[in-house]
Design a protein around this ligand. Sequence first.
Ligand code: SF4
Length: 294
Amino acid sequence: MDLNLQELNQTEFPVPAELENNIAITSLSQLYNWGRRNSMWPMLFGLACCAIEMIATAASRFDFSRFGFEVMRATPRQADLMIVSGTVTKKMVVPIVRLYNQMPEPKYVLAMGACASGGGPFKEGYNVVSGMDKYLPVDVYVPGCPPTPQALLYGMIALQRKIDGQSIANGDDVPWYGVSSAEPTPVPVLGPDIIDPRQMDMIRRQAEAAAGDISSLGIRDLPAATQMVAARVAADATAVADATPVSEDALSFVLPSGGAPWAEAEDIREKRRLRALARKALRASRRATVAEEE
Ligand code: SF4
């Protein structure tokens, strides 16, 4: 990337025109932000269909290296931008937060697409979390399903603008510039969907105890609507069982032509088979004629 010192100059301290390419008068925050915003390294991982668009953004046609995003890193230790590209399932949210905790500071999160931003088409699904911002501090949201590479580039540039506005003098604005180290983000435990392996012994003991005394199992009451449906199904089953059995005579059915339905069906099948054989023979004779002419 070309070094453009004019980007760094603060306008309240004018630099003579002949020195603009050699001297910059700026603040430490601006210099620091300028270095960071032009060398963001995203982490190499994708979750679902949005990841394909992210890959396209990195490839030669769109090439986010032009904006300083450079190479994607395959380890969180070398990355400072996490692009959450795709559907975040309850199973995946745990490793995602763990990876985020392994990234060095300063670090940023970009939620790419409807799924990462709010659950998308799978919102309220049994296995999908309704937005990555419930677990990580998201800096930029990119809407779309999936967002185009242009939209992702726009989101990345928005992140650069956000970095431009940060200051190392303000610990509240940017927590990692504060005096103490930041606390790791808690890794989520998502109820019965995810079992903590450290509790396996206890869970096994409880399951054995419950299997030994089935009456001690806590069974939830069904919701009212489900109870009504269950009652209707039970009533239908009783009505079917109580119905008068159908006699053999009632089952015999004669078509207007005088034959039984299955006899009629066999007749139709036979006619179709003969027609197919005739078509096959016709095609064979045409092929033979063409071959003779050649
Ligand atoms: S937002 Fe759309 S394209 Fe992206 S992961 Fe979800 S379903 Fe796939």
